[in-house]
Design a protein around this ligand. Structure first.
Ligand code: 9MR
Length: 504
């Protein structure tokens, strides 16, 4: 299409100088203190260097070589949905497509995002099922692939359209009950499909000692505001859910199907919204990225390539934004082919890079930005914190066992790792023993060749070899037997980490 060609030509003039910029403009790269490195030439290599994954939605009939060459994370576009793999009693069937994708990912050193367990749409034989049956399915699906799945979308698209901030009025959310009529489902006596599904998923993960992280995923939740500066009530509702269920939810997916719909545009406060979720201590992912290339009706920016650049930059600027996934390889094979929203044209394994591809690669090559982003102050959550929920039918998950015997004073620490070729994200859980602590530090030794690039919820001394982490102002006090988490990202390989915790 003409505008696309125009963009490609326009970009051709800036693509080469951009590589030079990387070398001379140290201020825009996180590698500014290191010797300037040559720009990477694939999305996965550039992302790995910046400490995040760059993935793609895939199907078994489209596992062309480009999948493993350009991407280091894979989300089954349709093959793990309940309508493919669930039986009416919560068992599994027809998993061969999903198996093919997981195997392909493994042999190409790609992370897998499982998509998806609890969803009002494409429910197939699970449509109308009880929470008990959903729980059976959750257990079967998580256990089938175990830690081969780095991230699972446990609950998908729970919130309704049109920026109301409400839960969907569709199964399974029709099972929800607001027992005390206070307008939310967060209280101990309430019934909430989101909470109960995450509790079940967390139990399964902990019982199996899995490293799988549990995510909630939705669309139109990307900005703090929507068109015209209206508060994004759907994003606020998602924020309240994550805040209330933080002990079960590890990660948040912003689908990021950006288009001209007033609630689906790219706003300048995308980064601030990513940051406020990150500040809750969860990883944030851009999970289904595609950007409408309709320049005749384009109210989202100055062209597709620049819009891609904005989104990638917003993620790079937040340390806990640990991955971006595009929803397909090429425009013609996309669920929204008419919007030409992806990074390649062509099809059937023969693909051509668009200007959007080059913009993304260039932005990834700049790395993470250590300077604070321009941000809008976070929106005050609309619902006050509530008592931690208690599920009447399901016992709460148990705390994972500490690596060292739990003493009566002091603290212990465990680490869980998600790795991809050339990079990793580590989450460290600090648990106070039988007495409260008012500060902590954790020391661990990285294998040679591994370097920490980003840290969140902790101060850090050192970046390779023996590295020391200590609490920040808001997470030093931990009650007896309770836990707090911090995380860090790095390049290289980090296996066999043994954290040693010391209470202040
Ligand atoms: O891209 C997917 C398309 O092939 C399917 O027909 C459709 C229905 O299952 O789902 C599409 O993927 C959706 C994803 O699972 C959830 N978020 C919105 C995606 C685009 O519709």
């Amino acid at each position: 299409m003409t505008s696309d060609l125009r963009q490609r030509h326009k970009f051709a003039r800036i693509a080469v100088p951009a590589a030079v910029l990387l070398l001379v403009g140290g201020a825009v790269t996180v590698q500014s203190s290191a010797p300037a490195a040559a720009a990477e030439t694939t999305l996965r290599a550039a992302a790995a260097k910046a400490g995040l994954f760059f993935g793609v939605a895939a199907s078994p009939n489209r596992l062309y070589s480009i999948v493993g060459q350009e991407f280091n994370q894979l989300t089954p576009e349709n093959d793990m949905k309940p309508d493919r793999i669930a039986t009416s009693s919560g068992g599994l069937q027809n998993t061969s497509g999903a198996d093919t994708l997981v195997n392909h990912a493994q042999s190409n050193n790609m992370l897998v995002r499982g998509h998806t367990l609890v969803w009002h749409s494409q429910a197939g034989a699970l449509q109308g099922a009880s929470q008990a049956t959903l729980n059976t399915f959750i257990g079967n699906a998580i256990n089938r692939w175990g830690s081969r799945i780095a991230y699972w979308d446990v609950v998908n698209e729970a919130l309704e359209d049109n920026n109301t901030g409400r839960r969907r009025n569709q199964w399974p959310h029709t099972m929800n009950r607001d027992a005390n009529g206070d307008g939310d489902y967060f209280d101990a006596g309430d019934t909430d499909v989101i909470r109960d599904s995450f509790i079940r998923a967390k139990q399964v993960v902990q019982a199996g000692g899995l490293t799988t992280k549990l995510c909630i995923n939705d669309y139109d939740v990307e900005g703090l505001t929507v068109q015209g500066g209206t508060p994004n009530r759907k994003a606020d509702a998602l924020y309240d859910i994550v805040r209330n269920y933080r002990q079960y939810i590890d990660c948040v997916g912003f689908q990021a199907h950006f288009n001209d719909n007033p609630n689906s545009i790219i706003t300048d406060d995308l980064q601030a919204n990513i940051q406020r979720f990150a500040d809750l201590g969860v990883e944030v992912h851009i999970t289904e990225l595609d950007i409408d290339d309709d320049l005749s009706n384009n109210d989202i920016g100055t062209g597709q390539a620049e819009n891609y650049r904005k989104v990638v930059r917003a993620c790079l600027n937040v340390a806990q934004c640990t991955g971006i996934t595009v929803w397909g390889i090429s425009d013609s094979e996309s669920w929204r082919s008419s919007e030409r929203g992806l990074l390649f044209t062509g099809g059937n394994g023969s693909y051509q890079k668009k200007s959007a591809y080059h913009a993304v690669l260039d932005e990834l090559n700049k790395g993470r930005n250590s300077t604070p982003p321009p941000s809008t102050p976070p929106v005050t959550p609309s619902v006050s914190p509530s008592t931690p929920p208690v599920n009447p039918t399901t016992p709460p998950p148990t705390t994972p066992p500490p690596t060292t015997p739990n003493p009566t004073t002091g603290c212990s620490a465990t680490v869980s790792l998600n790795s991809w070729t050339g990079g990793f994200v580590a989450t460290v859980r600090v648990t106070a023993a039988a007495a409260p602590i008012s500060g902590w530090s954790v020391q661990l030794t990285l294998p040679s060749g591994a370097t920490v690039t980003n840290t969140w919820n902790a101060n850090r001394t050192g970046s390779s070899g023996t590295v020391q982490f200590s609490n920040v102002s808001y997470n030093g006090s931990v009650s007896a037997g309770q836990s707090t988490e911090f995380g860090f990202q790095g390049v290289g390989t980090a296996t066999g980490l043994t954290p040693v915790c010391t209470a202040a």
